[in-house]
Ligand binder design. Sequence first.
Ligand code: HAM
Length: 409
Amino acid sequence: MIQSLRGMNDILSEEYERFEYFLTTASTIAKRYGFHYIETPLLEETALFKRSVGESSDIVGKEMYQFIDKGENDVCLRPEGTAGVVRAFVQHKLDKKGGIHRFYYNGPMFRYERPQKGRLREFHQFGVESFGVDSVYEDALMIMMVADILKALGIGYRLKLNSLGDQNCMPAYREQLVGFIESCGDAICGDCERRKLTNPIRVLDCKNEACQILYINAPKLIHHLCEGCQSDFDTLKTILDQHDIAYEIDTNLVRGLDYYSKTAFEFVSDNIGSQSAIAGGGRYDRLIEFLDGKPTPAVGFALGIERLMELIVMPETVREGYYLGAMDAQAVTPILLCAEKIRRTQKAVVEYEPRSLKAHLKGADRINARYCAVIGENELAQNTIWIKDLVEKTESVIPMNELLSLLAL
Ligand code: HAM
């Protein structure tokens, strides 16, 4: 039997209800914040991710679904959504137009990681990207939006916050950090040895415990921010305080993608095991020019939908629509005609096989219908239909025309 690939899951109906509930909730909130939907391709040129997410990142270095297509193009399945949205922004010359552009998106992402609970090779993100706003208020807006989405879904979280500085303060700090890493000699792991040369700050979130112990005394960027970055970081904290959004400063939060500067944040849950990051994001003011666009400030985030699935508190389901069943083979035709009309305004699910009333009532229960409508021999003869309201627990037999006019059809 052919199985789905490792780390790639089907989403079946019941689970999809959660998935859909998440998407509806998150999209409604994003629209309320003034964001517009954007859809970008799943497949992009590999160079896009090398130049944005960065060659030193694990995502590009180790985890890309990369191949040469039939036209000899080096392509890969997108490992994240930001790069594609930035490409579209530049390609459609919105950078030249100026002004503010706010997008939201959702869809599958692909990373060739070692699958485990909460870590898939195909997973889904809901993300937003905001272009053209320099102010740290927009960073706060991003965090507030994630907090709103999680609150609407009944999900508790911890928010981790850091500042990664900018081109004024980062180079000097990087030099200091490299000096510190060198002072550790060969006690650091092979990955950190590589990171020292490519993107030294990534050593700070090394998963190797021995490295983490060594880095306790590493210089912290947050103590070396330039005036502008420090002032923005202070303002951000004040805004979050004013909005009662609790946060923890995490000086090791450097994010796994190379494009960030200034604000970096991650929302984590303590209830889903080791893969605890449920959302991540930050500012990336340099990325648009790295991808040949006009320099434009930008900030965004993405939520990992699979990691949220088990945390979502679903609203109580309400019975809705009709279940229609025949108790006699002759009754199938009127049942189908009736269902077709009802479906113009609400749910109408038909059971074609003639069954007993008890079986039909069970069927109505199974699909959570509000009404169970049945036609048997008697109803057929009198052109009526038997209906039970499964909420009010009332039953009646009414002429077919009456039902349709009751439904205003
Ligand atoms: P990221 O932190 O790499 O950021 O991913 C965002 C979220 O996607 C994570 O917090 C996690 O919930 C989920 N996620 C990541 N990898 C996996 C996986 N293998 N299996 C299941 N879930 C996963 C980004 O992708 C950035 N593009 C976010 C961003 C948008 N920054 C600015 N704008």
